[in-house]
Ligand binder design. Sequence first.
Ligand SMILES: [Zn+2]
Length: 127
Amino acid sequence: MIRKGMKLYSILFGVCPKCHQESMYVNKNPYVLTDVVKMHEKCSHCNTKYQIEPSFFYGSMYVSYAVGIAFAVAAFIITYNILEFSLTVAFIAIVATLVGFFPVIMRLSRNIWINIFMSYDKTLVKK
Ligand SMILES: [Zn+2]
C-alpha cells in the first residue's frame, strides 16, 4: 500500500517531499492548464523551500523524457499487443496519450525530481 512516509506517496500525490502534509501545487488539479506548474514557494507546514536553487525544476525535463517514454510504451502495449490494433492506430494512441497526459507527466516529473533531492523526515510531521 502507498502511505505517507513513502517517496511514492509524495511523487503520486504531489505533496511536500519532507513532511507529506500538504500539496506543493497551488491548484491540485493538473488539468487547469494555467496552474500546471504553479507551486507554493514554501511548505506552510514544515517551511521547506521547494525551489532549492534558481531554475531548479529545469532538471525535471530530464525526468519528463523518461516518464513520457513510460506513458508511450504503455499506450503502445495496450493498443498494439492487448487490443491488437494496427501500428497506425498504435501510433495515434501514443500521440494522443502524450498530449492528453501532458500535465500529469509534467507534474510527475517535478515530483520525482524534487524527491531525488529531498527525503521524508518524520520529525517534521510532529511539529
Ligand atoms: Zn512540508
